[in-house]
Every structure is written in C-alpha cells, then in structure tokens.
Design a protein around this ligand. Structure first.
Ligand code: CA
Length: 223
C-alpha cells in the first residue's frame, strides 16, 4: 500500500515516513503544498495524509482539488491543536478523517487501517484466501498453521494482490502501489519478487494461488 504524506515539518514528516515504512507501507513525502498537490493528482495512492498548514497550498485546498479531480483515495488531515473549524472545513471539502497533532504512532496506524477498510474493495482487516491468511496488523502471513516469512516487498505485493482478489493486476500497478516515487523499478523486478513469493506460498503447499496473466500481470482468485 502506497501512502502520500504532505507535511512541511521535516522532523515529523521523516519520522512518520520511517515508522510507516517499518509497517511495510511505501511512502512518498512532499514538504510543501505545491509538490503535494502534483503528486496527489498525478500519482496513484492508497491513502493521502495532508497537513493543513503548508507552504503554497494548504491541505484544505489540496483536498478540495483532489476531490474535484474525482479522485476517491481516502484522505486523512493533520490539524494543529485547537483548530476545530479546520476539522469541520476539512470534512466539508471531502477529507475522510482528521487527527489532532501531536498524535501517537499507534493512533496513526489505527486511523490508517480504518481508512483503508473504508475504501472500496477493502473489507475485513484480516485478508483470507483459502488457508492463506494475511494480517495487516501483525504483518504476519500464515498458511494453515504454518507461518510464512516474507521480505517487505513480497509481503506488500501479496497484500496488494489479496486486497484486489479476482481482478487482474498489471505489473505497472504493482510497481506504483508497492514502491515509492524515488524507486526505479522495472516490470522484471516485479517478476523476481513474485517468483520468490510463489516459492514460499505456492510450491511448498502444492498451491497455485498467484496466476500469471500472460503479457499483462497477475491475479489471485478465490473462485
Ligand atoms: Ca505544517
């Protein structure tokens, strides 16, 4: 899952990016409103976190523009303590939730999980296909009783495919939702990670979960 964080306080922005990456999210950071707006409308994200007070464009303006572009990505606003009217305006311009600074990382994770659940096609917290279970809270993947150790990228690819089960996902979609903007990733890199993923979740269990759609991408199906 790929997140855009627009926050001009460098220390906070970098700390949030670091902890989110530990939770296996891919994170792009914009330190000002202009870049934030460019990325928010030009790239594909699963969640956008917007600080309200920003240089150039405010978080509220970005939010408004994103919704005008018919982009439905969940938006979490960050607001300074006591700016009650910001919260109201934020929800009015199409934000899904807001959080008052300072916040704990635990609170941030909980909000993110709730917002990801609210997005279309994202239902339960725990993702399940047959005996394969992926728990986004613990980042654990199990097949029946057996826990499967995955690398961060393998895990994120699997999570993305499971969240979009029964749809064909292109390698380009995987690249844009699993890697951040700075990463220079080729479709062949995706193939390598998917191969490793299959070696861990398909081969040992005599399973063929990840199907290759020739010339296009992959599909995980539970039908
Ligand atoms: Ca700020």
């Amino acid at each position: 899952m790929r997140i855009l964080l627009v926050e001009d306080e460098l220390k906070l922005a970098n700390a949030v990016k670091r902890v989110l990456e530990l939770q296996k999210y891919a994170v792009d950071v914009a330190y000002d409103g202009e870049l934030g707006l460019d990325l928010a409308v030009g790239e594909e994200y699963d969640l956008i976190i917007l600080d309200i007070m920003l240089p150039n464009f405010s978080g509220l303006e970005i939010c408004k523009q994103v919704r005008q572009e018919k982009i439905t990505t969940p938006i979490l606003l960050l607001t300074a303590k006591g700016q009650i009217s910001d919260k109201v305006t934020g929800l009015d311009v199409g934000a899904d939730d807001y959080m008052v600074k300072p916040f704990s990382f635990e609170e941030l994770f909980a909000r993110i999980r709730a917002l990801m659940r609210r997005a279309p096609q994202l239902e339960d917290v725990v993702l399940k296909i047959g005996d394969l279970v992926l728990n986004p809270i613990t980042s654990k993947v199990t097949m029946g009783e057996t826990e499967i150790q995955l690398s961060a990228k393998e895990y994120t690819i699997l999570e993305y495919l499971m969240r979009h089960k029964n749809s064909i996902i292109s390698k380009e979609q995987i690249v844009s939702h699993v890697w951040d903007y700075d990463a220079d990733v080729l479709p062949s890199t995706v193939e390598v990670h998917v191969k490793h993923l299959r070696d861990k979740i398909d081969s040992p269990f005599n399973f063929n979960l990840i199907k290759t759609i020739r010339g296009f991408g992959y599909e995980i199906s539970d039908k």
